[in-house]
Design a protein around this ligand. Structure first.
Ligand code: ADP
Length: 347
């Protein structure tokens, strides 16, 4: 699809360039023949074996040609002029041919460059749809299999049927969570134009994010320590709580039991920074560049098997940070822990 679009675009470029070049060639050719016909007089037999065409101002060399030692009769003058015209037309034709080849190659190259970002975007969308479908397929398949097995079981009692419904409900909840994540992501990636911006105290944001994850942390006997200095930024409070909550949630998810997490907020007149540091499993160097990609989950054996998730949290976090004209970064060491830092312009 993109190859044919590239060819079409190249042809359009070529058509435009050749129209311009053809137009100017016609003008130049007409000017040249007019001049030849008007005040020019052919003088032949000059040194070097070339035809010289003399105008009132002096000599100017036009064409390599045969030598005429004597005066040239008028019908031969006309013939020479015609020949000069033909030679000039041929030269213009060759020049246009060269322009065609050069413009064709340059056009093909430029068409590729123009289409590249669109191609990448389409590829990303395709990957997104494939990944999302895959995530939905897993719980659906599991629900289908359970239901089929139960239907085949002639001795299925009420207790077992209830168990089945319970298990199906868990899968439904997972799918609902997943679709909520997708909706949130598409909202933020679409620019979230309805997002109301106001003065937000980051201390309050951090407190709410910690509160949201308190029970999960308690389950894993993880202590969340906070060092919060008052900083005010322009932003949307709910989105900022969501952003910090994703980081705190990950810190809890990817930390073994009994470890500690530190959330700090500080800032100056220019910049506010929020840090979420954990003593968890850490992230491999090779995974760091992909961490904020949609659906990316690091090393299956270390994280995927242990913690629930779809690999969308950090993409959402990044979109929220960028919507606030901020950035998000990470430093990490495998086995030692990770520190995520969000930087936002201070108010
Ligand atoms: P999810 O947690 O749902 O898998 P995220 O987008 O939040 O998705 O994170 C992407 C991946 O980054 C995770 O699967 C995990 O491998 C890694 N990751 C994120 N935060 C941490 C952390 N604090 N410590 C270690 N690994 C992390």
């Amino acid at each position: 699809m993109f190859h044919s679009a590239r060819i079409k675009l190249t042809l359009w470029y070529l058509a435009i360039i050749m129209m311009v070049s053809g137009f100017f060639s016609v003008i130049v050719y007409r000017g040249f023949t007019k001049e030849l016909g008007r005040g020019f007089r052919i003088q032949a037999g000059v040194p070097g074996g070339r035809i010289f065409i003399q105008n009132r101002g002096g000599f100017s060399r036009i064409l390599p040609f045969v030598i005429y030692p004597e005066e040239i009769p008028p019908d031969e003058v006309a013939e020479i002029i015609n020949l000069a015209k033909r030679r000039f037309a041929l030269q213009l034709f060759i020049i246009n041919g060269v322009i065609l080849v050069l413009a064709g190659s340059a056009g093909y190259f430029l068409a590729g460059k123009t289409l590249q970002p669109i191609e990448e975007m389409v590829e990303e969308q395709k990957r997104f749809v494939a990944d999302a479908s895959h995530e939905l397929r897993t719980p659906l398949t599991s629900m289908k299999t359970e239901a089929e097995v139960a239907l085949r079981d002639k001795k299925l009692n009420l207790k077992e049927a209830k168990e089945l419904l319970k298990s199906n409900l868990t899968e439904v909840d997972k799918m609902k969570n997943f679709s909520d994540y997708l909706l949130t992501l598409s909202r933020y990636e679409g620019g979230a134009h309805d997002l109301a911006m106001e003065d937000v105290d980051l201390v309050e944001v951090a407190r709410q994010a910690i509160k949201r994850n308190a029970s999960l942390a308690r389950e894993k006997k993880i202590k969340i320590e906070s060092r919060l200095n008052e900083v005010v930024v322009k932003g949307n409070p709910q989105s900022l709580v969501e952003l910090i909550s994703i980081l705190v949630n990950n810190a809890v998810k990817y930390s073994p039991e009994g470890r500690q997490i530190r959330v700090s907020v500080r800032g100056n007149k220019k910049q506010a920074s929020i840090e979420v540091a954990d003593e968890g499993i850490g992230i491999d160097k090779k995974d760091i560049p992909h961490l904020f990609d949609r659906f990316f989950r690091a090393d299956t054996s270390r994280s995927k098997a242990r913690a629930d998730g779809y690999g969308l949290g950090l993409s959402i976090a990044k979109s929220i940070a960028e919507l606030h004209k901020g950035s998000i970064g990470v430093s990490s060491k495998v086995g030692k822990g990770s520190t995520f830092t969000v930087k936002l312009p201070a108010f």
